[in-house]
Design a protein around this ligand. Structure first.
Ligand code: PLP
Length: 389
C-alpha cells in the first residue's frame, strides 16, 4: 500500500488548478507563433493578448504593463538589472536582506559590477522599517527593492508605505509579489510601484510562466536581446498556452484569495499551536499577525533541519527547511539570520506552507509524526539538500 503524502510545501510549488490545466490544454492545440502574421499565428496572438487583458484587468493595470516571462526569477532579474542599467548616473541599489535569491543574487551581482548596495535592516519578525527606507532614498538611488511577502517565514512588508516613500523620492520601486498573490490583495497599480514579479506555479498555473508588471513609463534596459517581444523587455516567443493558464490562475488568485486565506489561516493557527504545544522547545519564527496565512515556520533546538526534513519525508510529510547547503555544511537561512535568530537554532528550522489542497487531516498528521521526528533528529543530522524556494 502506498503511504499517504501530506504535502505542505505550497510556497515551493502548488498543484495546478484544474481550470488552468484545461485552459493550457485548449490553448496548446494552436500551433502558431504569436508573432506570425498568418491565421494560426493570429490565433495564438489572440490567446496571448486576451490573457494579457484578463491579467491586466484583475491587477488593475493596462495590458501593455503585463509582460509575460518564464517565471518569477526571470521577472525579478528583468526588473532589477533593467531598472539599474537604465539609470547609470544613479548607481545605488537599496534592498532588503530577506529577499528571495531571485532578487538577492542579481542585486549582489550588480554590486560585484561596482554598484553600491544599501542593505536595509529588519526587525525580529522580518519587517523592514519605512523610516529606514526613507532615510536611504538618496539622489544616487537607481532602485529600491523589497518583497511583498517573504517566502520563508511569510512576513508581509508595509508595501503601500514603502512604495509611497519611493514615489515621493522619485526612486523606482520593485517588489517581488510571488508569495503574496493568492493569499493577499495585491494592488499592483498602487502609486509608487514601478515593477512587480509574479510566478505561475505558486498560484496554480504551470511551472515556467510568470509575469513582470511594469509601469508604462518605466525605462528598463533589456536583459535578453532578440525579437523585441513584450515591449522589448523580454524578447522570445511568448508561450500562448501558459499565458492562458496564467490568466486563469491570476483570476482565481484575485477572486478567491480572501476565502482561501481565511480557510488556511485556521489550519495555520492549529498547526502553529500544535507545534508549540506538542514539541518541547519548539520556537515559532512566523507570526500570525504579520505573516502570510499559509506559513508556519519553526525552529527545533538541537536539530539539523535537513535531517528532520528527511525523517518527516519518510513519514509522508513533505515540507522544506531554511538551510542552504552547497558544501556539505548547512548554512543557516539568511532570512533568519537577518531577523537575529541564533545560527544554531536557524539551522534546525522547517517551513510548512499550507495551500488549496491542505486539510485539517494534514495538520493532524504533521502533529502526529513531528514530535518523534524531532526527538530522533536531535540525536542525528547529516544535511545534504537545499530546499527553500
Ligand atoms: N520570488 C519568491 C519570493 C519565490 O518564493 C520564488 C520561488 O520560490 C521566486 C521568486 C522564483 O520564482 P520561479 O520559481 O517562478 O522562478
Amino acid at each position: 500500500m502506498t503511504q499517504p503524502r501530506t504535502y505542505v510545501d505550497h510556497a515551493a510549488s502548488t498543484p495546478m488548478l484544474p481550470s488552468a490545466a484545461d485552459a493550457w490544454q485548449r490553448a496548446s492545440r494552436h500551433v502558431g507563433n504569436p508573432s506570425s502574421l498568418h491565421g494560426s499565428g493570429r490565433a495564438a496572438r489572440r490567446i496571448v493578448e486576451e490573457s494579457r487583458e484578463s491579467i491586466a484587468d484583475d491587477l488593475g493595470m493596462r495590458p501593455s504593463e503585463v509582460i509575460f516571462t518564464a517565471g518569477g526569477t526571470e521577472a525579478d532579474n528583468l526588473a532589477i538589472k533593467g531598472l539599474a542599467w537604465a539609470a547609470p548616473d544613479r548607481p545605488r541599489i537599496v534592498c532588503s536582506p530577506i529577499e528571495h535569491r531571485a532578487v538577492l543574487d542579481p542585486v549582489e551581482w550588480l554590486g560585484e559590477q561596482g554598484r553600491p548596495i544599501t542593505w536595509l535592516g529588519v526587525d525580529a519578525v522580518g519587517r523592514v522599517s519605512v523610516d529606514d527606507v526613507i532615510a536611504h532614498l538618496d539622489v544616487d538611488v537607481a532602485l529600491c527593492t523589497v518583497m511583498w511577502a517573504n517566502n520563508e517565514v511569510g512576513t508581509i512588508q508595509p508595501i503601500a508605505e514603502i512604495a509611497a516613500a519611493c514615489a515621493d523620492a522619485g526612486v523606482p520601486f520593485h517588489t517581488d509579489a510571488v508569495q503574496a498573490l493568492g493569499q493577499l490583495p495585491v494592488d499592483a497599480g498602487r502609486r509608487g510601484i514601478t515593477s512587480l514579479a509574479l510566478s505561475g506555479h505558486k498560484i496554480g498555473a504551470p511551472v515556467g510562466v510568470g509575469v513582470l508588471v511594469l509601469d508604462r513609463d518605466a525605462r528598463v534596459v533589456p536583459v535578453l536581446h532578440g525579437g523585441g517581444q513584450e515591449r522589448d523587455v523580454r524578447s522570445g516567443t511568448v508561450d500562448a498556452a501558459s499565458s492562458a493558464a496564467m490568466a486563469v490562475a491570476v483570476r482565481h488568485a484575485v477572486t478567491e484569495h480572501q476565502a482561501h486565506a481565511e480557510r488556511i489561516a485556521g489550519l495555520r493557527d492549529a498547526l502553529a499551536a500544535g507545534i508549540v504545544g506538542r514539541v518541547p522547545g519548539a520556537v515559532l519564527n512566523s507570526t500570525a499577525e504579520v505573516s502570510l496565512p499559509g506559513h508556519v515556520h519553526a525552529s527545533f533546538p538541537g536539530c539539523e533541519g535537513d535531517a528532520l526534513l528527511m525523517l518527516l519525508d519518510a513519514s509522508g510529510v513533505e515540507c522544506s527547511t531554511g538551510s542552504a547547503c552547497t558544501s556539505g555544511v548547512p548554512e543557516p537561512s539568511h532570512v533568519l539570520l537577518a531577523m537575529g535568530v541564533d545560527p544554531a537554532l536557524a539551522r534546525g528550522s522547517l517551513r510548512f506552507s499550507l495551500g488549496r489542497t491542505s486539510t485539517p487531516d494534514d495538520v493532524e498528521r504533521i502533529l502526529d509524526v513531528l514530535p518523534r521526528a524531532v526527538e530522533r533528529a536531535s540525536r542525528a543530522g547529516s544535511p545534504t539538500f537545499r530546499t527553500v524556494s
